[in-house]
Design a protein around this ligand. Structure first.
Ligand code: NI
Length: 264
C-alpha cells in the first residue's frame, strides 16, 4: 500500500510510453498517484488522467517557473478545473528563486492569487519552495493558509510542502503551523544528512512520500527516468531511518496522504 503524493504523469517525458508506466504502477504496491499540474495544459492532462485511471487523482495549478504565463482569465480556468471530480488540491504553487524563470514579484503575485483560490474553494495546497524559505513561509502566513490547520489532526491540515529540502528547524516550524511534509528520492542520496534529520525530527503523522517523477529518481536507480512505483525506495529508506518496517511506512504514509487529500 503506497501513495505517491507527487508525480507528473502529465509530463511530456511520458508522452511516448505512458501505458508502460501505467502497467508498472498497476503491478506494484502503489495504490494512489497524485498527478500534479504545473501549468494550464498539464493541469488539464492531470484531470484527464484522474478520469481515466481509478488510482489517479489530480492537483491543478501553476508552478512558479510558469508564473509569467498567468493572468486572471487563466486563474478562472484553474477555478473551473478545480471543481472537476477527483481534483484534490491546488498546486504545485510557490516560489523558485534558484532558477528564477519568472520574475520574483510575478511569482509572488500568482502564488498569493492561487492560495486565495484554494482558500475560496476549501482545497489544500501543494507547495514548491526552492531557495525561497522565508518568502514562502511569510506569504503563507499573510494569506492565512494555516488558519484552518490544527497540529493534532492531519485531517485539517491545508498545506503540504512538497519535496522538502529544508533544515529540521524549518520542518519543526511547519509542523507547529500544522503543515505536512513530503519526502522524495533525495533522501536516498549520499548527501542526504539534512533530509534524514527531518525524517527523524517530524512526527510520522505529518509525513508523506512522493517521487516527483519523472525527476529525482531515488537510489539505486538514480540516473534513470523516475516513475511512481519507485516511491518504494523512498519508503524503504525511511523505514531504515526510523527503524520500523517498510510495510508500516507504506501504510502510515498512505493513510496520511488520504487524510490530507480527503480521499475515502
Ligand atoms: Ni513537481
Amino acid at each position: 500500500m503506497l501513495f505517491d503524493s507527487h508525480a507528473h504523469l502529465n509530463s511530456g517525458q511520458y508522452s511516448d510510453d505512458l501505458e508502460k508506466i501505467v502497467e508498472a504502477i498497476e503491478q506494484s504496491d502503489v495504490e494512489y498517484v497524485m498527478d500534479i499540474g504545473y501549468d494550464l495544459e498539464s493541469s488539464v492532462k492531470a484531470v484527464e488522467h484522474a478520469k481515466k485511471y481509478p488510482w489517479c487523482y489530480a492537483v491543478v495549478g501553476c508552478h512558479p517557473h510558469d508564473a509569467e504565463t498567468m493572468d486572471e482569465l487563466t486563474l478562472a480556468m484553474f477555478q473551473g478545473l478545480a471543481k472537476k471530480p477527483k481534483v484534490k488540491a491546488i498546486g504545485e504553487i510557490g516560489l523558485d528563486y534558484y532558477r528564477n524563470l519568472s520574475e520574483k514579484d510575478v511569482q509572488q503575485h500568482w502564488f498569493r492569487r492561487q492560495i486565495q483560490l484554494a482558500l475560496e474553494l476549501g482545497l489544500p495546497i501543494v507547495i514548491h519552495d526552492r531557495d525561497a524559505n522565508d518568502d514562502v513561509m511569510r506569504i503563507l502566513k499573510e494569506e492565512g493558509a494555516f488558519s484552518k490547520s490544527r497540529i493534532d489532526s492531519l485531517g485539517d491540515v491545508k498545506v503540504l510542502i512538497h519535496c522538502f529540502s529544508g533544515s529540521k528547524e524549518l520542518a519543526r516550524q511547519y509542523i507547529k503551523l500544522g503543515a505536512a511534509i513530503s519526502i522524495a528520492g533525495p533522501v536516498t542520496y549520499k548527501n542526504a544528512r539534512r533530509n534524514i534529520e527531518v525524517v527523524q525530527e517530524i512526527p510520522i503523522e505529518h509525513l508523506l512520500i512522493e517521487t516527483d517523477s519523472p525527476y529525482l529518481t531515488p537510489e539505486p536507480l538514480r540516473g534513470k527516468r523516475n516513475q511512481p512505483d519507485y516511491v518504494r525506495y523512498t519508503a524503504e529508506k525511511i523505514a531504515e531511518i526510523l527503524g520500523i518496517s517498510y510495510k508500516e511506512v507504506a501504510r502510515i504514509t498512505c493513510e496520511n496522504a488520504r487524510k490530507f487529500f480527503l480521499i475515502d
